[in-house]
Design a protein around this ligand. Structure first.
Ligand code: SF4
Length: 242
């Protein structure tokens, strides 16, 4: 019984192991080649992933949520799209490295559309790739492909943003709710800070979000502060709340 529960918990691992065993039986040469490829990619991942995880920790710990929301959030508009394009363009490394970063950015308030732009730009038009493309296929080819790809990426980002909502994404308990304070609406009365100093703080006479609420109780408390805010400046993005 214990063995069955271990297999159930590690379905993917056992499925891959089984695929290797079957390939070894059917075609040992191909199996050896595929093991070689797997080891190569594993070694590549081991080199890249520590840097990426470090980067996600830096984003998580050092970049305030407000900054991410302003740069890449729902209300960042076309400027946010351009910033996402720039971030994806100057990136380096394989595309799988972009996923943990994207998840961290989403957790800190980036919009789905901007994440699509970052991922797509990272995958197909990042600067090191364009430089190589120009070298081998010519500058004209590279420019035309870049322009058409950017148009396609923006269309894709807007459509994905309309179809996929944050509630559709897998969330963990850390991402229960995303608080946002509309700076222009906040009159700086300080009531939210007085009510919940662990979640709000004042910055230049405006309230800013200090911490993401976790758990039902925290969400209820935050909900109360939203209702009591005299200028209705605080929003809790329900799509992220359980
Ligand atoms: S309660 Fe509302 S208006 Fe007052 S400081 Fe907080 S966010 Fe600003």
């Amino acid at each position: 019984m214990k063995a069955i529960s271990i297999i159930k918990k590690n379905k993917l691992f056992f499925f891959v192991a089984l695929a290797y065993v079957m390939t070894f039986i059917a075609s040992p040469d191909k199996a050896i080649k595929s093991v070689g490829n797997s080891v190569y990619y594993l070694a590549e991942m081991l080199q890249v992933l520590p840097v990426i995880f470090l980067l996600t920790v830096v984003i998580e710990a050092l970049i305030p949520k407000e900054v991410i929301m302003r740069g890449f959030g729902e209300k960042s508009g076309f400027k946010g799209n351009l910033l996402a394009l720039l971030l994806g363009s100057i990136s380096a490394g394989p595309i799988y490295a972009a996923f943990p970063i994207s998840k961290t950015l989403l957790g800190k308030g980036a919009s789905i559309s901007n994440i699509v732009i970052i991922l797509s730009t990272w995958a197909v038009i990042k600067v090191p790739m364009l430089a190589n493309e120009a070298k081998f296929l010519g500058v004209n080819f590279m420019i035309v492909r870049w322009v058409l790809t950017v148009i396609a990426i923006f269309v894709m980002a807007y459509i994905t943003g309309m179809i996929v909502k944050k509630k559709d994404l897998p969330v963990d308990s850390r991402e229960l709710g995303t608080l946002e304070i509309e700076e222009d609406y906040c009159i700086g009365c300080g009531l939210c800070v007085k009510l919940l100093p662990e979640y709000y703080e004042m910055n230049h006479n405006k309230a800013v979000v200090k911490k993401t609420p976790e758990g039902k109780e925290a969400l209820q408390a935050v909900q109360e502060s939203i209702e009591r805010c005299p200028s209705k400046a605080i929003t809790l993005h329900e799509e992220k709340a359980l």
